[in-house]
Design a protein around this ligand. Structure first.
Ligand code: GLA
Length: 412
């Protein structure tokens, strides 16, 4: 017998904050009146997948589900200590700002240590105060960028207790330091830019080369919902093929520029390749390089068309482009695991779905769908039934959440 309601209902933000404050008081003795709060949303990228690390153009929105961190400055008795607990993981993270330990495989505290390391190299002696904090998240992990959401939350918290001023551009680079240097994931600036700069109901369009973005008005409020569907597959991105794909894109860029007679292409990314060069030389590339480059240039065209469709409030076309983006991720970028591909196929054939794709890198975690309002329960039921038939083991951890959009990360 199937559960009549396949949709998860995460707890309300106010309740979460109140409960985190109680826990901060119990564990670290901080009165609720002295606790600060950061709300750092999960993000989706409807169009522009796997192109940020090649300095392409991308789009994004923040969800109305968020990581919440409740925190206070470290006590005077231990001013340089950082201590935090997570509702989602058992062990406390604790370290001293003078000796920030290196990354530990699979440890949730990596992003907190990485944030401290980023601020230390950026602000030196001005970064001197530790903190205590309790963090939690509501969404199943994978593809919604909980990593960048926690990274941004820790950065904002540590900046607050140190009185450090950092704007969005600064925090984008600080978060990049956490991911690229501390964690070792060669990703781009898509995640943290959306998390920091998104606006409710609007589409953020980011040029990763210029590092400039706009937030665009589009469809009327309430004209769509976002359904997040979890595959039950969880695993760290560093352990997936993510960095390998990034290297393959760079190889493709070098090969295309070399074919066009350029000699200086050692650090090239696909954004450096003129589209005419791609069309002229793609047929001569090895198969994998040709596919990665085809994904990049196809995705750039979809972002261009999708931004235009969004501003004309044409959700139907925007959704079709999302689905085409998902298809290219599977066929050209060759990412995604069989469970994720099944979820994508099931979603795009469900009535009420305007478009769907993997969320994030696509090796694990969630798929997202742009849906007509009020259809989430029925869609989730159809997808769960099909997924249970195809992947009975993973389907035990199937979860679906219907979301709206929200503003970017903020201190309350
Ligand atoms: C992950 C990375 C991002 C981006 C997406 C795919 O979320 O962190 O930088 O590359 O995958 O678009």
């Amino acid at each position: 017998m199937s559960d009549p309601n396949p949709l998860l209902q995460p707890p309300a933000l106010d309740e979460r904050i109140a409960s985190l404050k109680r826990r901060l008081n119990r564990v670290y003795g901080v009165p609720a009146s002295e606790a600060h709060v950061v709300v750092s949303p999960y993000r989706i990228c409807p169009l522009g997948a796997h192109v940020d690390h090649q300095l392409g153009r991308v789009t994004g929105m923040a969800l109305d589900q968020a990581i919440v961190l409740v925190f206070a400055a470290a006590p005077d008795a231990a001013p340089r200590t950082v201590r935090a607990r997570s509702r989602n993981f058992p062990v406390e993270t604790r370290f001293d700002l003078d000796t920030i330990p290196p990354k530990r495989p699979g440890d949730w505290g990596n992003y907190l240590r990485g944030a401290a390391a980023a601020l230390k190299q950026r602000f030196g002696e001005r970064f001197q105060r530790g903190m205590v904090g309790i963090i939690d998240g509501t969404m199943p992990i994978g593809g919604l960028s909980s990593s960048a959401a926690v990274g941004v939350a820790y950065l904002l918290a540590l900046e607050t207790v140190n009185g450090l001023k950092a704007g969005a551009a600064d925090n984008i680079h600080l978060n990049r330091f956490i991911e690229n240097h501390y964690i070792g994931l060669n990703n781009g600036i898509l995640d943290q830019t959306i998390i920091l700069a998104a606006r409710r109901g609007r589409l953020l369009a980011l040029d990763c080369q210029a590092e400039q973005w706009q937030v665009l008005d589009g469809p009327a409020p309430g004209s769509f919902e976002i359904l997040v569907v979890h595959s039950g597959v969880e695993q760290s991105l560093v352990a997936t093929g993510y960095n390998q794909r990034v290297a393959e894109c760079r190889d493709a860029a070098c090969q295309l520029l070399a074919a066009a007679g350029q000699t200086d292409h050692a650090d090239a990314v696909l954004r450096d390749v003129p589209e005419t060069v791609f069309h002229e030389h793609v047929a001569a590339l090895p198969a994998a390089s040709a596919k990665r480059a085809t994904h990049f240039f196809g995705e750039q065209a979809r972002v261009r068309e999708g931004v235009a469709a969004w501003t004309r409030a044409n959700l139907k076309r925007f959704g079709e482009l999302m689905t085409a983006s998902g298809r290219s991720s599977i066929e050209n970028y060759e990412c995604g695991s069989p469970p994720l591909i099944s979820l994508y196929e099931l979603l795009i054939s469900a009535p009420g779905v305007l478009g769907a794709r993997f969320s994030g890198a696509g090796f694990r975690g969630n798929c997202i769908a742009l849906i007509e309002p009020g259809r989430a329960g029925a869609i989730a039921e159809i997808v769960r039934a099909g997924y249970t038939r195809r992947h009975p083991v993973e389907a035990k951890a199937f979860a679906a959440v219907v979301c709206g959009t929200d503003d970017g990360a903020r201190l309350l």
